[in-house]
Design a protein around this ligand. Sequence first.
Ligand code: NAD
Length: 370
Amino acid sequence: MNSRRDFIQTLSLGLGAATLTDLTPAVSAPFLQKAPADKQLRVALMGLGGYANIVARGMKECKTAKLVGIVTGTPSKIPEWKQKYGIEDKNVYNYENLNEIKNNPDIDIVYVITPNSLHHKHVLQVAAAGKHVICEKPVADNAKQAREMIAACEKAGVKFYIGYRLHFEPHTKELIRMREAGEFGKIMHVNNYAGFQIGDPTQWRLKKALAGGGAVMDVGVYSTNGARYCTGEEPVWVTAQESKTDPVKFKDVDETVTFQLGFPSGIIANCGCTYGFNHVEMLRLMGDKGWAEMNPAFGYGPIRGTTHKGEIKQPDVNHQAYQLDGIADAILNGKPDPNVTGAEGLKDMLVIDAIYESLRKNGAKVFINK
Ligand code: NAD
């Protein structure tokens, strides 16, 4: 589907070329030993594109999650995946026979890594098959769909997580810990920007029918989620502005969007996202007792951050391995859910809906309807 070049450019959300060098992290996943076979979370990946390849590679470092299955509409990919990851024939599915996965006791969870606008349909299918599900960001095209996905998973009695890998990343976790511990004092302002220059004009990310939107959908979600974890509050209103320098390439979706989020405490986060230029992944938090700055803040690592106390010193890890092992730990060992549930995805979706509404209304202030 995408060319290698697009794949690399997609990574450019810090996702810049530098991130390509970080596929082998300095530190491996949190659990010291591989869990015994009967204590592993057995994962099938759905949609074997660019990001699924990164997840699969990262999962080689997992101790508690194990890649055992695939769902693909492209039969030619199957032999390579079987050979690389030891996938057995009985764990190979396509989009037509996906419902048969319900009869497979050897798969616990399906990780949906398909284009954005297919997430809703695919998560409903997985839930109906009685399997837990992880869905990539953005959770869906809009909050209505996100609510339907949450309801379907609840009805089926399965867990529903979003691929918010940064919530398992040590530098990001330390920033959140410091904020929760009051080390920055009262948060007064947040600034963050995420984006990269998108390549091939024919790719699905530039088609509204498959992507749901443009930069806001794809990378704006890092800005909204980041503003939420920097403040610990949920925004109540949004204003947004778009700049478009290439109306041909971006005829269907947004190119660069700046937006402001108003929070109950009265503070405002100034955020942005782009498909127009590279090296955009910064986050700045300003409190009345201290500050934090992360740059790069959102890519696959290494994540770097400094606060008024000095550098945030944390290990550089493989994001995907930590994410999958963290989710496995919650499911298998009954630990509290990490902050990556479907409900968290819905909160970002509410903001994204409001951003698009504000854009449609020429930047008018839109109150978030919970
Ligand atoms: P991609 O184009 O590389 O892969 C998409 C896969 O979906 C392909 O294998 C394609 O064959 C398959 N697919 C199934 N049905 C399809 C259809 N009808 N049309 C097009 N493709 C179809 O995309 P990607 O970069 O892997 O992104 C997939 C998802 O992962 C997106 O939702 C994206 O936002 C998310 N993602 C997340 C991160 C992260 O850091 N969390 C990074 C990259 C991508």
